[in-house]
Design a protein around this ligand. Structure first.
Ligand code: GLC
Length: 667
């Protein structure tokens, strides 16, 4: 290398080191724990259980203690491994399933749960208590083909029905139990404040009060109510409010940086956790995101001083998928910092072997204090004993195990269909076009018309949600639901995604919207719907130009800028991600055979709807006036007229540049 680049490299290095020194000295964002509320205990102290915890702890070797703090993914660990490595838990991530077959039978899940259970207490690496199995049951037991799958949280937020949420939690817990699992990584209690975030649809609302109400309902549904015989009984599972803290406030960037003030963090993002903890939540999942530059997985003030200190949380804090690896100086296989900050269990899908060894070394070297180690192990043991892991026996021997008729039962799916109906929000209804008569010639168009994957979104059978209709044995596409309703009334349904017809239809229902995504794959820079592809708009406009009444059914994981699409439709329904019970859409769009209204719209917006491609103002956070505010939603009685909306985006004028101070002598 000649000297010039070498000099430049040296110069860069010295700059970087100088920056590093400054950054290292930069004051970490300060949390004042005393400003956060102290919560009363959700559960009375159980002396017998605590004594049992201590008895188990006393029996554990350092390796067994460290092992309890590690959770591995079933794609990277076998039951035989668990015979030799005393891990405390396993999970199936979004793309993991027994035999690496996402379509495998529910019985294979139960059989594998048995094998892991027996291995965790039987082998050389036997632990003092069986391993837990956690799964992302975030809108039903959504990894299992045939299980009941509900609308995603954004649609449930539109329903404004906490009792429905509790019921959904109950059904989800029961169906998780049928397959032998005992832990749901749900509910997400993020308060999403910028819909460019790919996980907006996992949030119930931008309104923290709705999130708080729903947190109680879902945790109670999943776990049962504390102090009742149902609490963590055989029909319930552990819940996991997530992701602590502030994942919805990162300016629309997944795993981004939340720059709220401490007060905003408390008043906006923590209410769901406070409510969930008071409802008895036994686990909390840490967030990948940061607060003011500090990664949550390493934030001792929030994970320990606030969550465990002020909120009195005495369950376990689980890290996110290799979330610990994002801490400075850490990797997926070595991270004392996360444990010392307050993570009690590493979600270490694939690096679990090395992590076990390295963490044991760090304990022996004193990088992890004995008190912190024992506190974390106590928390894991306490949660397991509260969940009766010590007495409930092999998964397949438990009361609901193998009751496969419960998966997607008619009763459960009726609740999902009710949730679909209640989640729909009517934004426009010119000339009272809706509700429709079913005895009509109905064209159903759009690429969402007959796609259960598109109407279900991510976290459905697999992580990103891409399954063909046949993988949903009980599922019904929106078109199938319409066809059933219209045919029964003597009408004629016609499916044509491209909107083609030979006989002019009486009405066209165009089902279109976002393709499925999960997490960062769903992050967008603009709220304009489909900025690079206007085929859906062209379809709406073509049908509208033929004077065919057009009903738009918009499938999305968030509110988007759709002024042009609103103009091109006579009626416009925000359907969010309703899930496989597509018949719920027809229930609301069509009258009953006798002409009466079957179900009116009741959904209202859980998020502000944008009037431009830019995020709308939300409370005190900056932005533009929304087109429709939170709580907006028409019913059939309302005048659904909507004036023509601007279709060209005119960015707001930039604030005037501050007047330049004139330099002396030249004015
Ligand atoms: C993911 C998600 C989290 C999920 C976990 C396990 O990265 O952030 O919500 O529970 O990994 O799949």
């Amino acid at each position: 290398m000649n000297s010039r680049p070498a000099k430049f490299a040296g110069y860069c290095m010295s700059l970087w080191m100088a920056f590093g020194a400054v950054a290292a000295e930069a004051p970490q964002p300060v949390i004042h724990p005393q400003r956060w509320p102290e919560l009363p205990p959700a559960l009375p102290r159980d002396e017998a259980l605590e004594a049992h915890v201590e008895e188990l702890l006393a029996r554990m070797s350092p390796e067994q203690k460290v092992g309890q703090l590690i959770q591995a993914d079933i794609g990277s660990i076998t039951p035989n491994d668990l015979r030799h490595y005393p891990l405390g838990s396993i999970l199936n991530g979004g793309n993991s399933a027994p035999g690496d077959d996402k379509l495998t039978a529910p019985s294979e899940w139960l059989a594998l749960a048995d094998r892991f259970y027996e291995a965790s207490i039987g082998g050389a690496g036997a632990t003092v208590i069986p391993a837990l199995w956690g799964t992302d049951a975030v809108h039903g037991h959504n990894n299992i083909p045939g299980a009941t799958i509900f609308p995603h949280n954004i649609g449930l937020g539109a329903a404004r029905d906490p009792e429905l949420i509790r019921r959904i939690g109950e059904i989800t817990a029961l169906e998780v139990r049928v397959t032998g699992l005992d832990w749901a990584f749900s509910p997400t209690v993020a308060v999403a404040r910028d819909a460019r975030w790919g996980r907006t649809y996992e949030s119930y609302s931008e309104n923290p009060d709705v999130v708080r109400q729903y947190a109680v309902a879902m945790v109670t549904g999943l776990q049962g109510a504390p102090g009742t015989p149902q609490f963590l009984d055989a029909a319930h599972v552990l819940a996991t409010p997530k992701h602590f803290l502030g994942d919805g406030g990162t300016g629309g960037k997944d795993q981004g940086d939340n720059l709220y003030t401490e007060k905003q963090l408390l008043e906006l993002d923590s209410l769901g956790y406070q409510a969930a903890i008071l409802a008895g939540a036994q686990t909390v999942m840490a967030s990948y995101s940061s607060w003011r530059g500090q990664k949550m997985h390493g934030n001792h003030a929030l994970l320990t001083d606030v969550l465990k200190g002020r909120f009195g949380f005495e369950g376990l804090v689980i890290g996110d998928w290799n979330g610990h690896a994002q801490l400075p100086g850490c990797s997926a296989t070595r991270c004392a910092a996360a444990l010392n900050a307050g993570i009690d269990m590493f979600m270490a899908p694939d690096g679990w072997r090395e992590l076990l060894k390295n963490t044991l070394d760090q304990v022996n070297a004193g990088e992890i204090g004995a008190a912190r180690l024992d506190d974390a192990v106590r928390r894991v043991l306490r949660v397991k004993l509260r969940a009766h892991l010590d007495t409930e026996g092999r998964p397949s021997s438990r009361p609901y195990a193998g009751r496969y008729e419960l998966l997607g039962s008619a009763e459960h799916r009726a609740v999902a269909r009710q949730a679909v109906r209640e989640s729909l929000v009517l934004l426009k209804n010119a000339n009272h076009l809706l509700p429709l008569s079913p005895a009509a010639h109905v064209l159903v168009a759009g690429d969402g018309a007959d796609s259960i994957a598109k109407q279900s979104g991510g976290w459905t059978i697999d992580w990103q949600g891409t399954e063909p209709n046949q993988d949903f044995p009980h599922g019904e596409s929106i078109y199938a639901g319409i066809a059933r309703c219209v045919s029964a009334a003597g009408g004629t349904p016609n499916l044509s995604p491209a909107g083609e017809f030979s006989t002019r239809p009486d009405v066209a229902i165009v089902v279109f919207g976002e393709s499925p995504y999960a997490e960062y794959a769903g992050d967008v820079h603009t709220l304009e719907y489909s900025p690079g592809d206007k085929r859906d708009l062209a379809l709406l406009r073509r049908l509208h130009a033929l004077d065919i009444p057009v009903v738009a059914v918009f499938l999305s994981g968030r509110p988007l800028w759709v002024n042009a699409e609103l103009n091109a439709a006579d009626s416009f329904v925000a359907a969010w991600l309703p899930g496989p019970e597509g018949g719920g859409v027809a229930d609301v769009l069509f009258r009953a055979h006798d002409g009466t209204v079957q179900y009116d719209f009741r959904g209202t917006l859980p998020f502000s709807w944008p009037s431009s491609p830019r995020p709308p103002a939300v409370d005190e956070l900056p932005g533009e006036e929304p087109l429709f505010g939170v709580g907006y939603g028409l019913t059939y009685a309302d005048d659904g007229y909507l004036k023509r909306l601007p279709e060209v985006d005119v960015p707001p004028a930039l604030p005037p540049a501050p007047a330049r101070k004139r330099s002396r002598g030249r004015n």
